[in-house]
Write a protein that binds this ligand. Structure first.
Ligand SMILES: NC(=O)c1ccc[n+]([C@@H]2O[C@H](COP(=O)([O-])OP(=O)(O)OC[C@H]3O[C@@H](n4cnc5c(N)ncnc54)[C@H](OP(=O)(O)O)[C@@H]3O)[C@@H](O)[C@H]2O)c1
Length: 282
């Protein structure tokens, strides 16, 4: 059987392609001693084509956005930049102000995708109105959400303009497959891509026996198999790596094509859901 490479892009509902494999930044910008390493890791990832960068105002209290600013300096146009507003800031005015602060830390005049980090007490309608205003002002190019289950997505998409949601960023990896029962098909039907966060379960998947044999067959690491699997679901996948060896390994996961036999073996080790499970979050 011919081995097709993984698709390098995922298409947003607007038809815009974005890199399927990006880079996360949670826990970056917290420790000044790791600053240079974090900047270098992100820059290497960009050099290797992982040009979607996911950050948030929450990470390192704005520190991660500052790390990202340094990493993308002079190459903003190469990058599809994603950041997030915290739920407590997600009123109409609060979202506008949070976006301004993020733009300042990121040293840019726009983000490519702005997400509501998770649902809080502000009405979705208010956050949506702010997103629409920010879009009109050219400060964000797309907006989306994170950690929303089907009922919240239903509510969102019934609001005026709510069906323009570009993505739902959720916890999705081999050990967290609950969303395959309902959220994945719901999004697929509407061509809303899933952005899979913690794709290697923050490292906990690395020692899982279920990945060992498949990894051996591909002369790959467990992390690479976990990423190849997530990519093969058609999701946008955003591992975080500070270590340059990890960055290179992650990029190479794009070249792995899991066979039907591999997928069946992974299904046995990590069974897909048989019923509704509430959305899990980290
Ligand atoms: N929306 C949300 O609520 C939410 C929640 C969680 C995460 N996220 C986003 O998703 C991104 C990814 O999730 P995550 O950071 O939680 O976890 P993750 O990407 O699943 O795992 C990160 C951990 O795996 C290690 N790692 C990365 N590549 C590896 C490789 N090839 N081999 C071995 N170890 C490897 C990293 O080590 P090193 O750093 O030492 O290389 C780090 O310790 C976040 O950074 C963030 O941008 C979003």
């Amino acid at each position: 059987m011919t081995q097709k490479p993984q698709s390098l892009t995922v298409t947003l509902p607007t038809g815009e392609p974005v890199p399927a494999l990006g880079q996360g930044t949670w826990r970056m910008g917290e420790n000044p001693r790791q600053h240079a390493q974090e900047v270098a890791a992100l820059q290497l990832g960009l050099d290797l084509g992982m040009s979607l960068v996911d950050t948030a105002e929450m990470y390192g209290d704005g520190g991660a956005e500052e790390v990202v600013a340094e990493a993308i300096k002079g190459r903003r146009d190469e990058v599809f930049l994603v950041t997030k507003v915290l739920p407590e800031n997600a009123s109409r005015r609060g979202t506008m102000a949070a976006c301004e602060r993020s733009l300042k830390r990121l040293q840019t005049d726009h983000v490519d995708l702005y997400l509501l980090h998770w649902r809080g007490s502000h009405p979705l309608e208010e956050t949506l109105q702010a997103f629409q205003e920010l879009e009109r002002q050219g400060k964000i190019r797309h907006w989306g959400v994170s950690n929303l289950d089907v009922d919240d997505m239903e509510e969102l998409t019934q609001l005026a303009g709510g069906d323009a949601v570009a993505t739902n960023q959720v916890l999705y990896n081999l050990s967290r497959r609950g969303i395959e029962f309902d959220l994945v098909p719901w999004c697929r039907q509407r061509r809303i891509p899933i952005m899979a966060y913690s794709p290697i379960e923050q490292g906990r998947l690395l020692t899982h026996r279920g990945l060992r044999d498949v990894a051996k067959r591909h002369e790959a690491t467990p992390a690479q198999i976990a990423l190849a699997w997530a990519l093969q679901t058609g999701s946008i996948v955003i591992p975080r790596a500070r270590d340059e060896v990890h960055v290179r390994e992650n990029r190479a996961a794009l070249d792995i094509r899991l066979t039907a036999e591999d997928l069946a073996e992974l299904d046995r080790a990590f069974p897909p859901p048989r019923g509704k499970r509430s959305l899990e979050m980290l």
